[in-house]
Ligand binder design. Structure first.
Ligand code: MG
Length: 395
């Protein structure tokens, strides 16, 4: 791997490349607010996310392993912090807006349901007749509407660029309902580079930490991981340099080198892509019909191999699947119970559901219930299930 050099050409006085997201070009917030005194606008966005209730709840939401399975596993919160670390490193070296990429990373999973992807899939099934459920759109709903903290507006009133970065994907029908924010999906355009790199940072973070968590849980082992080139290369290097290294330390050393390799490849390749596209502004990037960032083709293939390994050996492992199956029962049961009898909801939630139901009838009722369920942590969902379906449980 060649070392990373920092090019000094094409860098503006604020240290950012001309094609980075410059705060002076921001499309602003939905509700006017005077500029912050001591921070930048994107810092304010980041700080609002960190102080939100949805962010705190990420601590008790599953990434792959349900939170109570062990204290050492990643949760959505630690995952989001790892994504922020990786995307900040990449943004800084590419002279992109580091604060914006950190902000998007910290917010990218806010809309996730309890129980990881299993939770999202089953809630989407429950919502089929009512417009579906998509965690990405839910993240936007949280920051635009559901957080009730500020005196003058619902939501967090974040800047356009942060909101754009959070909305990674979106169906055409949903995009049509989102006004200015949905426009890029209709025009097949891209978000800024800060959002693009954060998507890849997300992937780098979860592929590598899932290897770590999978090994710790004993669901995958070092021998079988040696079929994966990315792992094998680093395993060989570490074991030949440190033949007596204890296993735990070896695993960390291998994984940190894997992350480093992927990040370095991504930075080099993306820099080449930027050079080839020769943009002179952010608009030149967003007008393209596909993302400009990416791994080299060799790293892309190696990444694919790692993903396939994880899919086959970790995500479909019977112990993970058992939890997935339980999650489906819990979420579907809660959804059906609340839909049939909203009086089972706590008063604040009843109020929220009533408001939506008055505006949009059955779809409103279902959406309000989905908001409640999506906001639950793993353990809260399990407790709520107990309180409703266990006859001996005190409510
Ligand atoms: Mg993520």
């Amino acid at each position: 791997m060649p070392s990373i050099t920092r090019p000094t050409d094409s860098i503006a006085s604020d240290g950012l490349a001309p094609w980075a997201t410059h705060e002076t070009g921001s499309r602003g917030r939905c509700f006017f607010e005077p500029p912050p005194n001591t921070r930048s606008e994107y810092q304010r966005d980041r700080d609002r996310i960190v102080h939100s209730g949805a962010f705190r709840r990420l601590e008790y939401k599953t990434q792959v392993f349900v939170n109570h399975e062990g204290d050492m596993f990643r949760t959505r919160l630690t995952h989001s912090i790892e994504v922020a670390q990786i995307s900040r490193s990449i943004a800084r070296v590419l002279h992109l807006n580091e604060t914006l990429s950190e902000t998007i990373a910290l917010a990218h999973d806010l809309g996730h349901t309890p129980f990881g992807h299993a939770g999202q899939d089953i809630l989407n099934e429950c919502m089929q007749d009512y417009g579906g459920f998509e965690h990405n759109l839910q993240s936007l709903r949280i920051i635009d509407e559901l957080e009730e903290k500020y005196a003058e507006f619902n939501g967090l009133n974040l800047t356009f660029e942060t909101r754009e970065g959070i909305l990674k994907h979106c169906s055409i029908s949903n995009a049509k309902k989102l006004g200015e924010l949905g426009q890029r999906f209709l025009n097949k355009q891209q978000p800024g580079l800060e959002a693009q790199i954060t998507n890849v940072a997300d992937e780098i973070a979860y592929n590598n930490h899932d290897v770590d968590d999978g090994l710790r849980a004993g669901l995958i082992d070092i021998n079988s991981l040696c079929d994966v080139r990315l792992f094998k290369e680093q395993h060989t290097a570490v074991m030949s340099a440190y033949p007596d290294i204890p296993e735990k330390r070896a695993i960390h050393e291998i994984i940190r080198r894997m992350i480093n390799d992927q990040v370095t490849d991504f930075i080099h390749n993306t820099r080449e892509c930027i050079k080839a596209a020769n943009p002179s502004s952010r608009d030149d990037i967003t007008r393209l019909n596909k993302p400009l960032v990416g791994f080299s083709s060799e790293m892309k293939a190696m990444n694919q191999e790692l993903k396939q390994f994880l899919r086959k050996n970790l995500y479909r492992h019977y112990r993970v699947h058992r939890m997935t199956a339980k999650a489906a029962i819990i979420i579907r049961s809660l959804f059906d119970a609340f839909l049939n009898d909203p009086l089972l909801l706590p008063p604040e939630q009843q109020q929220h559901v009533n408001l939506l139901e008055n505006a949009e009838a059955d779809s409103g009722r279902a959406r309000g219930i989905a908001d409640y369920i999506a906001g639950m942590t793993d353990r809260y969902a399990i407790r709520e299930y107990e309180r409703i379906f266990n006859a001996t449980e005190l409510t």
